[in-house]
Design a protein around this ligand. Structure first.
Ligand SMILES: N[C@@H]1[C@@H](O)[C@H](O)[C@@H](COP(=O)(O)O)O[C@@H]1O
Length: 261
C-alpha cells in the first residue's frame, strides 16, 4: 500500500486524476471503477477539466459503478446511477452505453448480481477502481461482517450508514433504503489498481484500521492489505490516527510512486 498524505486540499483532485489518467494513457480502452460519495468529487471535477481542455479522453473507456440502492426508481436523484451521471459522466466524454451500473429495481436481484459479475469479467476486469471509505470501514456497501471474499450481492445497510447517508435524503433516515446491491470485497480486490480517498477526521479511525489494523471482517477495508497495488490518498485529518504517519510522510513525501522517487 502506498500511503500518500496530501497537505494541500486542492492537490487531491489532480493526484487522483493522475491515478486514473495514467491507466487511460497506457490503454485508451481502460476499464474504470467509479465510486459515489463526496470523497472522489474533486477527482471527477479535475478529470472533467482535463477532458474539456482536450488533454484526456475517456471516449473509449468502459466504467462500472460499485453499488446501488435497492428500490429507488431509475432517475431518482439519489440513485447511484443518477449521482454518477450528474457528478462525473456529464463532465467527461464517456459513452453512456459504456457506463454500467447495478439495477436496484430488478425483479431478480440475485440474477442481477450474477449478470454484473459476468459483465465486469466480459470487459476484461477493472483496471483502476476509485474508492471512498465509510466511518465504519466499509468500502462500496460492504458493511462490517462482510465476507472478505464476497462477490456482488444484496446487503442490508447498517443504521450508521443510513444515518450518514440521510443527509442526501432530506435528513430523513427512513427515506434511506434498507437494502443495496454492492460489488463484494472479492470483486473489488480483483481490480488491478485500487485508489482509495479519505478526507477529514471522521475517517481517521477507519483509515488507521485500513492501513495498520489486523485484517478483519469487522473493518472490511482491511482486506485491501492483501492487494498488491493500492494507493491511499489522505488529507492530514484522515491520516491523524496513523501510528506510522511520520514514516509514510517520509517514504512518499506526498507523491505516489508513479511520480517517481
Ligand atoms: N456506498 C458509499 C461508499 O462507496 C462511500 O465510500 C461512502 C463514503 O462516502 P463519502 O465519501 O461521502 O464519505 O459512502 C457510501 O456508503
Amino acid at each position: 500500500m502506498e500511503i500518500v498524505i496530501i497537505d494541500e486540499p486542492e492537490d487531491v483532485g489532480p493526484l487522483g486524476a493522475d491515478a486514473i489518467a495514467q491507466h487511460v494513457v497506457a490503454n485508451p480502452e481502460a476499464v474504470l471503477g467509479l465510486a459515489t460519495g463526496s470523497s472522489p468529487l474533486r477527482v471527477y471535477q479535475e478529470l472533467g477539466a482535463r477532458v474539456a481542455r482536450g488533454e484526456l479522453s475517456l471516449s473509449r473507456c468502459q466504467a462500472f459503478l460499485l453499488d446501488e440502492y435497492v428500490g429507488l426508481p431509475a432517475g431518482h436523484p439519489e440513485a447511484y446511477r443518477t449521482v454518477i451521471d450528474r457528478e462525473f459522466c456529464d463532465l467527461v466524454d464517456l459513452d453512456p452505453a459504456n457506463v454500467h451500473g447495478l439495477d436496484g429495481t430488478a425483479e431478480d436481484l440475485l440474477g442481477e448480481c450474477t449478470r454484473y459479475e459476468s459483465a465486469i469479467a466480459a470487459a476484461g476486469g477493472i483496471d483502476v477502481q476509485l474508492l471512498g471509505i465509510g466511518r465504519d470501514g466499509h468500502i462500496a456497501f460492504n458493511e462490517p461482517g462482510s465476507s472478505l471474499g464476497s462477490r456482488t450481492r444484496v446487503k442490508t445497510l447498517t443504521t450508521q450508514t443510513r444515518l450518514d447517508n440521510a443527509r442526501f435524503f432530506g435528513d430523513d433516515f427512513h427515506a434511506v433504503p434498507l437494502h443495496c446491491l454492492t460489488q463484494g470485497i472479492g470483486t473489488i480486490s480483483s481490480a488491478r489498481h485500487l485508489v482509495l480517498i479519505a478526507l477529514g477526521e471522521p475517517k481517521a479511525e477507519a483509515v488507521h484500521q485500513l492501513v495498520e489494523g489486523p485484517i478483519s471482517a469487522l473493518w472490511p477495508a482491511t482486506a485491501l492489505q492483501l492487494h498488491p497495488h493500492v494507493t491511499v490518498l489522505l488529507d492530514p485529518a484522515a491520516a491523524s490516527r496513523l501510528q506510522f504517519g511520520a514514516y509514510y510522510r517520509e517514504a512518499y513525501r506526498g507523491k505516489p510512486s508513479w511520480q517517481g522517487f
